[in-house]
Structure formats: structure tokens, C-alpha cells
Design a protein around this ligand. Structure first.
Ligand code: ADP
Ligand code: 5GP
Length: 187
């Protein structure tokens, strides 16, 4: 059994940006590609950012018990981690890195305990989070509202994680993330 690095936060906090940065720095890491029923946005690619699958296929995979965890993160939109994804990465001798919502992150931490480091990415405030999410320009007004409402609740989950990583200034946050990951990989 290998190790797992979990990055969780409300949408817009910057976890995807930080995870992408870490993947360029640490060849020991491999990204856990989640399955989702949402549409690809911008330059996202199937099999790289997500496995984009239909709701029917998602439900079929739930019935077959293929997910380590899954959630209806937004109403009607499912996201989940496939057991075979973790096994594939460990078989390559790598540590799995996750970009996952707070409930999913805590679920994985409960399951894998000391094999996992669970990091909460914290934005300076809800206002800044809203600015970042709006500035990203990838979601409709309706989708944005749903994300803001969820984000407000999710900010309260921070103390339940192993570490809180402040993402105020991006370069500082990336440097701190590198230190955390280095300590976890080589301890
Ligand atoms: P998440 O994966 O948590 O939803 P993203 O990584 O997509 O968040 O970041 C949301 C937006 O905020 C992106 O447009 C990203 O470029 C921007 N961003 C991330 N971190 C910072 C930061 N420290 N300062 C300013 N903008 C940031
Ligand atoms: P987005 O649509 O912005 O890519 O992701 C929405 C939310 O779903 C984010 O908080 C993201 O981290 C989370 N997410 C992505 N993959 C998974 C997964 O496999 N399981 C769970 N529980 N959440 C996920």
C-alpha cells in the first residue's frame, strides 16, 4: 500500500492550481483522475483532468462498487474516486495526489489514516473566494451561486484536516505546499 496526498477546499480556493504546480515539481506524484458526470469546461481533457462519463455509467459503477468514495457534489452532478485509479498509481510506485471536495477528502483520510496527509487550502476570505471563482470565468451564474452557497459551509471544515495551507499569495502557498509534500514523501 502506498501514500496519498489529499488537497481539499471549497471551489475557487486554488487547489487545482497548487496541485498542478506540485505535479511539475515532484515526479513521485501522480494525479488521481476522478470520474464526473459534469461537462468538460475550457481546455479540460477526458482521461487527463477527469473521466467524463454519463450519469448512467456513473450509477452502474456505483452498483458495481467501483468507487472508494463518491458524492453528488452539486445537485445532479456526481464526482468519485475509482478504486482502480488508486491501485494503478500505486502499482506505478507513485504517491496519489487528490483534488477533491472537503467531504470526499475527509472520507479518504478516515479510510487511509496515517497513509494519507489531508491538506485544507484556505482562501483569505469568502469574498476573495467569490472573486477568484467569478474571475476564473468557467461557470454560469446559476452554477456560481450554487458554488458560493456550498463554499460558505465548507470553509468551516478546515480544523478537521491535518494541515491548513493558506493560499493568500500564490507563490508563498506553492512554496509551503512543496515543503509539506517533501516532508511527507521523504519522512
Ligand atoms: P479550485 O481548484 O480550488 O476550485 P482553482 O485552482 O481553479 O481553484 O483557482 C480558482 C481561480 O483562482 C483560478 O482562476 C486561479 O488562477 C486563481 N487563483 C488561485 N490561487 C490564487 C491566489 N493565491 N491569488 C489569486 N488568484 C488565485
Ligand atoms: P470542479 O467541477 O470545479 O472540477 O469540482 C467541483 C468539486 O468537486 C471540487 O471541490 C473538486 O475538488 C471536487 N471533486 C473532484 N473530484 C472529486 C472526487 O472524486 N470526489 C469528490 N468527493 N469530490 C471531487
Amino acid at each position: 500500500m502506498g501514500k496519498l496526498l489529499i488537497f481539499s477546499a471549497p471551489s475557487g480556493a486554488g487547489k487545482t492550481t497548487i496541485v498542478h504546480h506540485l505535479l511539475t515539481k515532484f515526479p513521485e506524484l501522480e494525479f488521481s483522475i476522478s470520474a464526473t458526470t459534469r461537462q468538460a469546461r475550457g481546455d479540460e481533457e477526458n482521461g487527463k483532468d477527469y473521466y467524463f462519463i454519463s450519469k448512467e455509467e456513473f450509477l452502474h459503477r456505483i452498483a458495481k462498487k467501483q468507487f472508494v468514495e463518491f458524492e453528488e457534489v452539486y445537485s445532479g452532478t456526481f464526482y468519485g474516486t475509482l478504486r482502480q485509479e488508486i491501485e494503478r498509481i500505486w502499482a506505478n510506485g507513485k504517491t496519489v495526489i487528490f483534488d477533491i471536495d472537503v467531504e470526499g477528502g475527509l472520507h479518504l483520510k478516515r479510510k487511509y489514516q496515517d497513509q494519507a496527509l489531508a491538506i485544507f487550502v484556505q482562501p483569505p476570505s469568502l469574498e476573495v473566494l467569490i472573486e477568484r471563482l467569478t474571475g476564473r470565468g468557467t461557470d454560469s451564474e446559476e452554477k456560481l451561486k450554487e458554488r458560493f452557497a456550498k463554499a460558505e459551509k465548507e470553509l468551516n471544515y478546515a480544523p478537521r484536516f491535518d494541515v491548513i495551507l493558506k493560499n493568500y499569495d500564490l507563490a508563498t502557498a506553492c512554496a509551503e505546499a512543496e515543503k509539506l509534500v517533501g516532508d511527507f514523501l521523504y519522512k
